[in-house]
Design a binder for this molecule. Sequence first.
Ligand SMILES: [Zn+2]
Length: 268
Amino acid sequence: MNAGNVKIAHPRRCSFEPAPCIWCGIAKFEPSLEHILPEALGCPPGFVLANDVCKKCNNQFGHLDQALLRQFELITFLGNVPRKRGKAPSLDNWSSIAGRKTDTGPQLHINGGPGSFEALSKTLKPIQETRDIENLSFQTSNGTATVKFSQRFGDDPKFVRALYKVAFGAAVFWHGPVIGSGTGMTAVRKFVRKGKGQFSAILIGGSGRHDHYFGPPYGGRDTYYWAVGMRIFGIEFVMDFDPEQRLIAKMKDQLTTQGYKNWTILPP
Ligand SMILES: [Zn+2]
């Protein structure tokens, strides 16, 4: 994957009147610039909320951004997506993997076991003792080496909250803060802020793309609440703001009926 090939939809919107913080509802506050997709994941330029989120809320969501980053960290590292303030990507928080960018490209160390291993001044555990990655294989053929592994995706409960936070931010981006402070959005706000309630996301993979896309929220005749579709590094997600999750249930039925393979419901 080459970060240079990452195509980013570049949404634009008109400006909106100032309104209460979309998360906590406080009326007077010092706005804090929020990147709707964390910068470390390559937030599209201008895809921000400049006046809609108070500083306190913005700071309190750091753990959700981390959960999102964690899921995509390997992809962003291999794709050389710069971190905050243009810092080169590195992998420092994994038990069996370490990575750093060098002059010749990304350097990735994976400990396939069985013992411990020193790399980039860190002791790496064998992957079998961690939940980092699975099914590691290494093959050489005609002078080319191929490393394959699989990563479990979406089993962090905070990941779905983080996806809904992005979806909610995207809805406000397109329709203004009024959509966020509406009473119908109370349940989804509570889910993102406190983890209360049952919200799911549909994940559809296998598109073969690696770009981001954030469409305007969908509110058709067959939906009771807004729903948001987005693509992060080529993986499609659908989030349904309906506390009863009726659109998710409907899509689940459709995907099953059509015999579609590359999809799942999160949390698993
Ligand atoms: Zn707030």
